[in-house]
Write a protein that binds this ligand. Structure first.
Ligand SMILES: Cc1cc2nc3c(=O)[nH]c(=O)nc-3n(C[C@H](O)[C@H](O)[C@H](O)COP(=O)(O)OP(=O)(O)OC[C@H]3O[C@@H](n4cnc5c(N)ncnc54)[C@H](O)[C@@H]3O)c2cc1C
Length: 475
């Protein structure tokens, strides 16, 4: 069968070689035409359509080692898939050997030491489900079907970021398989350079097989949900958002957004498809305090829908899932903001009035708080001056609508970019964003990452990612 090498040339992999690999692994090996191949090779964003030559659905570290060894023997390009949610489609590559880790979804919680040990194929919801049994949680993102591996390796933020920082600030150890097919542990004490690089440097250093997270007391009951108003109320609602967010305690995270109303049961039918402005809130502390903290939102104006209530934390963590299904076409632009100025709100309102698709949105995520407690170079994620994330999220169904949706996202970005800190979130970069945007995301950390890359992956075996080329050729 034809496959692709690391340097892009084509190579034949014999049936004999494939059979030998099959005998070495526990998980299924799939090639085009096999049942399950399509599901593995496709990613969340339907704009990405790539076909790996071979997919191995790894069942454990030994499978990962066998695959890396096989790839090295045949000089094959490797790609790795966790939740497949990366918008740039980094998980899939034409002609590659794909290590699909999505069967490795075990989670073990140690409530006494407040640590969760998660296999790298877990989705966010897998970890929340197990940690919430003990009233514990770590910092994860807003959509439960996202993979922990990609999210954590690129930084990670969510409702708990204001209290405990980037997801990666909460990582206490990782297990990975290196470019020379060795199982290695990275913590603050063991392979400390590697540990630093993994907390923001993405999949550059190896195939991560397990992640250990520090846990915090959260829930199980919290106050969370969303309140929506007609878009005509946006000037007042965004002003409320702006002023409340600045005064909010760390337990309260507010997300403001504008979009056409989705056909959700909590919104009246006659509003579906009409433009709304909304505030999504999570108070992760004491629910009595939470109810007080969000009362100004619930009593504001005349909302068209209000599901901001006491609820299980794990339920809030999957509340947005239906708005972000796999298989739509997605294109985003994102920036970090130091604040939400009135002029930015005006720009958001103007952009929302031109949204060409019922699924797109302009979103302001609040992240200020614990991030600033750590030094800028604590990990490569950096950007500790960021207080909000602006996401211009284009989402639509048909390829025929690509041009107008891409244009809306790009024009909105051009209009709002001047409010940026200059930094951007590496995990929100789309396929057409190149090295200068990676630099905007990682800043000064890139030089140190290149040195770590040179030590751990001098031949750049792991390159289907936001690639950091090794600084030197030798270890
Ligand atoms: C709907 C949606 C909501 C999101 N919400 C948030 C959010 O709230 N907060 C947030 O911070 N981010 C969010 N993101 C962004 C998310 O962090 C990235 O898309 C991330 O890459 C997803 O991880 P994944 O495992 O699903 O990635 P995949 O697409 O599976 O992989 C992406 C890349 O990650 C690396 N990688 C994956 N697995 C491994 C591994 N085992 N070892 C080494 N490298 C690996 C590889 O380089 C791979 O190419 C969201 C994305 C989507 C699509």
């Amino acid at each position: 069968m034809k496959a692709r090498t690391m340097n892009g040339s084509e190579i034949d992999v014999s049936q004999d070689a494939l059979d030998r690999l099959r005998m070495e692994i526990r998980g299924p090996l799939l090639v085009p035409g096999d049942a399950g191949y399509e599901d593995s090779r496709t990613v969340w964003n339907a704009m990405i359509d790539r076909k790996p030559a071979i997919v191995v659905r790894c069942l454990g570290v030994a499978d990962v080692i066998a695959c890396v060894r096989f790839a090295r023997q045949h000089q094959l390009l490797i790609c790795m898939k966790g939740g497949g949610h990366n918008i740039a489609g980094l998980a899939s590559a034409d002609g590659a050997l794909m290590l699909d880790l999505s069967l490795m979804r075990g989670v073990r919680v140690d409530p006494r030491n407040r640590v969760a040990h998660a296999q790298a194929g877990c989705l966010l919801g897998d970890v929340d489900r197990e940690t919430q049994v003990h009233g514990l949680a770590t910092v994860l993102g807003f959509v439960s079907a996202t993979g922990i591996a990609g999210l954590t390796l690129g930084g990670g933020f969510g409702y708990l970021t204001r209290r405990w920082g980037w997801t990666t600030d909460n990582v206490i150890g990782m297990d990975l398989v290196t470019a020379d097919a060795r199982p290695v542990r990275a913590t603050a004490d063991v392979n400390a350079d590697l540990f630093w690089g993994l907390r923001g440097g993405g999949g550059n250093f190896g195939v991560v097989t397990g992640i250990d997270y520090a846990l915090h007391a959260v829930g199980p009951e919290i106050v969370g949900g969303v309140v929506a108003w007609p878009a005509g109320d946006a000037p007042a609602v965004l002003e409320l958002y702006r002023t409340m967010a600045e005064a909010a305690p760390p337990e309260l995270t507010l997300v403001g957004f504008m979009r056409p109303a989705p056909p959700a049961p909590w919104l009246p039918k006659d509003m579906h498809g009409k433009p709304i402005v909304a505030i999504l809130a999570c108070h992760s502390g004491n629910p009595n305090e939470g109810e007080k903290a969000v009362s100004a939102i619930k009593s504001f104006g005349r909302p068209v829908g209000d599901v901001l209530v006491r609820r299980p934390y794990a339920q809030l963590q999957s509340m947005l899932d239906a708005t972000q299904p796999k298989g739509r076409r997605y294109y985003w632009k994102s920036e970090y903001l130091a604040g939400v100025e009135p002029a930015l709100c005006e720009g958001v309102i103007a952009a929302a009035a031109k949204i060409p698709s019922p699924h797109s949105a302009v979103i302001l995520f609040q992240i200020a708080g614990a991030l600033t407690r750590l030094d800028a170079q604590h990990s490569p994620v950096g950007n500790r001056d960021a207080r909000y994330v602006l996401n211009i999220g284009g989402a639509w169904e048909q390829a025929a609508d690509d041009a107008k949706n891409l244009a809306w996202v790009r024009e909105t970005w051009t209009d709002l970019r001047s409010f940026s800190t200059g930094g951007t979130y590496i995990n929100f970069l789309t396929a057409d964003e190149g090295p200068e945007r990676v630099e905007a995301a990682l800043g000064k950390g890139i030089a140190r990452l290149a040195g770590i890359k040179a030590s751990w992956d001098p031949e750049n075996v792991f390159r289907t990612n936001r690639n950091i080329p090794p600084a030197t050729a030798h270890r």
